[in-house]
Design a protein around this ligand. Structure first.
Ligand code: NAP
Length: 460
């Protein structure tokens, strides 16, 4: 795979990068391992100082970094600025709170003393996707640097400038060489690298295929792994929902990040008594979106991240229609340069449709009308994925009861699935395992070491 910046709004190649050689990678791994031996001895104050500086630099460079994101993967520039702001919040949050999350856990054994200490494990490999080029990195890196681990980061091949910029920011923040290293390599090489004895753990955010490849290598070489994979979040609208609010959030939930979001609302499931009213308003709002250049502040829907992604989703819509689904809106590429796709609504999607169980990674909503709450829950759970989901109802206790029955890692009431620095993020089923963010995320790549003072004098 070539490592290139291609502006998806024009499909023009902006810059081409040379992949690192095996020798370059070996040197980077050696440096990261050597830096770990020093970094693990630093105190939390020192680690926090660097992360706060990274946060400050992100804020200072917000405009230029946001433009870089938009150039490389096409999200609206205002959303890209939001991503930089969120990434800075994540660095600050873990700088401030990780020490508390990692404090010794004092146990209360039958006799004597015991505690669990949270120690770093070493060099970690992070494999990250293009859809949130800074946020995805921040949520993996900030907690782990506070733990005392060091990071090798293989970023997606379509966002090389973002990958390099993050490494530069660490340098500027005064991080020791080897604390954070950007690897300009292919996904295949990243999988091979998992076998390297100096690497102690690996985390991938991306597709099931990428995740399976990394997890297989991690399993073979007995290494800890965390996977954040795809999703097909259900967006349930119960009969007592505020329809106007539900429609507003449905549009945002589907087209945020041009529809390329793991936690985007993808399957809209409305109880039949309110389904026609919801669907009409949802369709009208999607049809009215301003489509155009993502650098332009007036644009509401930009291109997909690449020409390949646009071809893929247009083909997926065609396969859906060939398989019996009906097009209520859109369904075609937009006739202009760039990787644009019309906002699309599919109905009549039945389980025998070849794409029924697939994730739609773009501005394509699949709509279902169901008899009642129970049918909505059954349909929501009829998915190989288990990332997020939403329930819209004005009865919060009812919302919580429904949430309890949805088989995913996150369920939001009256909001699409979302993320923030202090809440855990992750899924079940085909959406992966492990968590990022919050106390749970901090504790993924630590050695939970038991330290015991025994009073036993008799071994039996
Ligand atoms: P992808 O192809 O899996 O790419 C993600 C990363 O994995 C890239 O760095 C990629 O490198 C690398 N990669 C690809 N194949 C690999 C392999 N066989 N071995 C090792 N590394 C490999 O994913 P994508 O299609 O670009 O991203 C979209 C997917 O990510 C969607 O399914 C989305 O839902 C999911 N996602 C999940 C989350 C979450 O938190 N759960 C967040 C964002 C996205 P190259 O670019 O060099 O191929």
């Amino acid at each position: 795979m070539s490592i290139q910046t291609i502006n998806p709004a024009t499909n023009k190649v902006e810059k081409t990068f040379t992949e690192m050689t095996e020798q370059d990678v070996d040197k980077a791994v050696a440096q990261s391992a050597a830096t770990f031996e020093e970094w693990k001895k630093t105190d939390y104050k020192k680690r926090a100082e660097i992360l706060h500086k990274v946060a400050g630099l992100l804020r200072a460079k917000k405009k230029e970094l946001a433009k870089m994101i938009t150039l490389e993967m096409g999200k609206l520039v205002a959303e890209a600025e939001g991503e930089i702001k969120l990434s800075a919040e994540i660095f600050d949050y873990y700088a401030k709170h990780a020490e508390g999350f990692l404090a010794d856990k004092i146990l209360n054994p039958a006799h004597g003393e015991a505690l669990v200490r949270h120690s770093p494990i070493g060099v970690l490999l992070g494999v990250q996707p293009w859809n949130f080029p800074f946020y995805q990195v921040a949520r993996f890196v900030a907690p782990n640097i506070m733990v005392g681990n060091t990071i090798l980061l293989k970023h997606a091949s379509i966002v090389p400038q973002c990958g390099i910029a993050i490494e530069e920011i660490f340098k500027e923040a005064g991080a020791p060489v080897g604390l954070y290293t950007n690897l300009l390599i292919s996904g295949k090489k990243a999988t091979t690298l998992v076998s390297d004895k100096r690497i102690k753990g690996v985390s991938l955010t991306g597709s099931e295929a990428g995740g399976a490849s990394i997890a297989a290598a991690a399993g073979k070489h007995l290494k800890k792994s965390v996977l954040e994979l795809g999703g097909s979040d259900a967006f349930i609208i119960l009969e007592d929902a505020n329809i106007e609010k539900a429609v507003e959030w449905a549009v945002i939930g589907r087209i945020n990040n041009n529809g390329e979001c793991c936690i985007a609302s993808k399957r809209f499931i409305a109880v039949e008594s309110i389904a026609p009213a919801f669907l009409k308003s949802f369709k009208d709002k999607l049809a009215a979106l301003v489509i155009g250049d993502p650098m332009d502040a007036a644009t509401q829907l930009g291109p997909l991240s690449s020409e390949e992604a646009a071809v893929q989703i247009a083909d997926q819509v065609k396969r859906a229609v060939d398989g019996g689904a009906k097009l209520l809106l859109g369904g075609e590429r937009i006739d202009r340069e760039g990787a644009f796709m019309q906002p699309t609504i599919l109905t009549n999607m039945l389980p025998d449709n070849p794409v029924y169980y697939e994730e739609f990674f773009g501005p394509v909503a699949v709509f279902f009308s169901v008899k009642d709450e129970q049918a909505a829950i059954v349909l929501a759970n009829d998915s190989p994925f288990g990332l997020g989901g939403s329930v819209f109802t004005q009865d919060i206790e009812r919302g919580k009861r429904v949430a309890d029955q949805i088989d995913t890692g996150m369920v939001f009431i009256n909001h699409p699935t979302w993320t923030q620095a202090d809440l855990p993020f992750g899924g079940t089923k085909g959406s992966g395992y492990g968590r990022e963010l919050s106390e749970l995320g901090v504790q993924e790549f630590v050695n939970k070491k038991l330290i015991r003072v025994s009073e036993l004098t008799d071994p039996f």
